[in-house]
Design a protein. Structure first.
Length: 342
C-alpha cells in the first residue's frame, strides 16, 4: 500500500510539473511565431492551469472510470472557489469587477445548470460532450473577437447570442481563408530557441502522459482496495491537480492582484466543465452516480452562486467571506474522508 501511495504521489508530481513545463514552452514557441500575448494568455495559460485535470480525465475516460473523472472535475471546481479563493481572500481582501459576473460568472453558472440538465438521465453522452466542447470553443473565440471589436457586448447575453449564431465557426472559417494571404510573412524567430522549447515541450508532454497514466491506475487501485467510490478518490486527487491554480493565486495575491485570482478561478472552472468534461464524455460516455448528482454537483452550484453573490457585494471578497469559503470546503472534504473510513 505504501509503494502504491508513493507511485500515486509521483504520478501527481510528474503530471503537475510536466504541465508547467509544457505550457511555458508552448507559450514561448507561440510568442516566437508571432502569436499575440493576449491570445497566449487566454488560451495556453488559462488551459495550462487545467491541464492536469484534462490529461488525467482523458486517461480515466479511456479506462471507463467515470467516477474518477466526475470526482476530479467537480472536486477541482469546488477547490478552485472554496479553497483557492478562500485562502486568497483571507490573505488579502479581493477587489472584484462587474465583468467577472456579467461574462465569466454567468457563463459558469449557465454551464453548471446545463450540466445538471444533462445529468438527470444518469449519463453524460457523447452528444452532450460535443455541445460542451462547442461552447468552450465559442467562449474562447468570443473573448478573442469581442476583445478586439465589440467591447459593448462583452457579457453573457452577448456570448449566448454569439454562440447560437455560430459566430465562432464563422470566425475560424474567415481566419483560415485570410491566412493564405499572411503566410508570406518573413519570420525572424530564433530557430535554436524554438528547437530548445520544442524539446522542453516534448519532455513536458511525456511527463504529463506518464504521470496521468500512473495517477489514474493508482487511484483506481485505492478505490478498489479501500472499497470507496471512485468519485471520492477523484475529489481527493483534485486537491493535487488544483495546485497550479493555487500557485497562480498565491503569486497574484502577494503582488496585490487578487482579482486575477478570481478571474483565473472562474476561467479554470469553465474550462473544467466545458473542455475537460466535454472531451472526457466524447471519448467515453460518463456514467453518473447518485453521489455526483445529489451531492457534489449541487455543492458546486451552491458555491458558485455564493461566489457571484460575494463578488457583487460591494464589489469585493472580504476576509470573512474567504473564511466562509474555507469552512465550506473543509466540510466538503471531511465528508469525502468520512466515506473512506466508514
Amino acid at each position: 500500500m505504501i509503494t502504491e501511495l508513493i507511485i500515486l504521489i509521483g504520478g501527481l508530481i510528474l503530471l503537475i510539473k510536466g504541465s508547467d513545463y509544457f505550457v511555458k514552452s508552448a507559450a514561448a514557441i507561440a510568442k516566437n511565431l508571432g502569436v499575440s500575448e493576449f491570445v497566449i494568455g487566454l488560451t495556453l495559460i488559462a488551459l495550462g492551469t487545467s491541464l492536469p485535470e484534462l490529461v488525467s480525465a482523458i486517461f480515466a475516460s479511456l479506462e471507463h472510470q467515470s467516477g474518477l473523472v466526475m470526482g476530479n472535475i467537480i472536486g477541482a471546481n469546488i477547490a478552485n472557489i472554496g479553497l483557492i479563493i478562500g485562502i486568497a481572500a483571507v490573505v488579502s481582501v479581493i477587489r472584484t469587477k462587474r465583468e467577472m459576473i456579467e461574462r465569466d460568472g454567468y457563463i459558469l453558472l449557465f454551464s453548471s445548470m446545463l450540466l445538471v440538465v444533462f445529468l438527470f438521465n444518469k449519463t453524460l453522452s457523447r452528444f452532450e460532450g460535443l455541445i460542451f466542447l462547442s461552447m468552450y470553443l465559442g467562449y474562447i473565440i468570443f473573448l478573442i473577437e469581442e476583445k478586439q471589436e465589440l467591447k459593448d457586448k462583452y457579457h453573457f447575453k452577448g456570448f449566448l447570442r454569439y454562440f447560437l449564431k455560430l459566430g465562432h465557426f464563422n470566425y475560424i472559417k474567415n481566419k483560415i481563408y485570410n491566412n493564405n494571404k499572411s503566410n508570406k510573412k518573413n519570420s525572424k524567430t530564433s530557430k535554436t530557441e524554438i528547437i530548445k522549447n520544442l524539446f522542453i515541450l516534448i519532455f513536458g508532454g511525456l511527463a504529463i502522459i506518464v504521470g496521468a497514466n500512473y495517477l489514474v491506475k493508482e487511484a483506481v487501485f485505492f478505490a478498489n482496495s479501500l472499497k470507496v467510490p471512485q468519485t471520492i478518490i477523484g475529489i481527493l486527487i483534485s486537491i493535487g491537480t488544483t495546485m497550479p491554480e493555487m500557485s497562480v493565486a498565491i503569486t497574484a495575491v502577494r503582488k496585490g492582484y487578487g482579482n486575477i485570482t478570481v478571474g483565473n478561478a472562474l476561467g479554470s472552472c469553465i474550462t473544467n466543465l466545458l473542455l475537460v468534461l466535454g472531451l472526457a464524455a466524447v471519448i467515453s460516455p460518463l456514467a453518473i452516480t447518485n453521489l455526483t448528482l445529489f451531492y457534489t454537483v449541487p455543492i458546486m452550484i451552491v458555491i458558485i452562486i455564493l461566489l457571484l453573490w460575494f463578488i457583487k457585494s460591494n464589489w469585493k471578497i472580504t476576509r470573512k467571506e474567504g473564511i466562509v469559503f474555507l469552512i465550506l470546503y473543509i466540510a466538503f472534504l471531511l465528508f469525502a474522508l468520512s466515506m473512506i473510513h466508514g
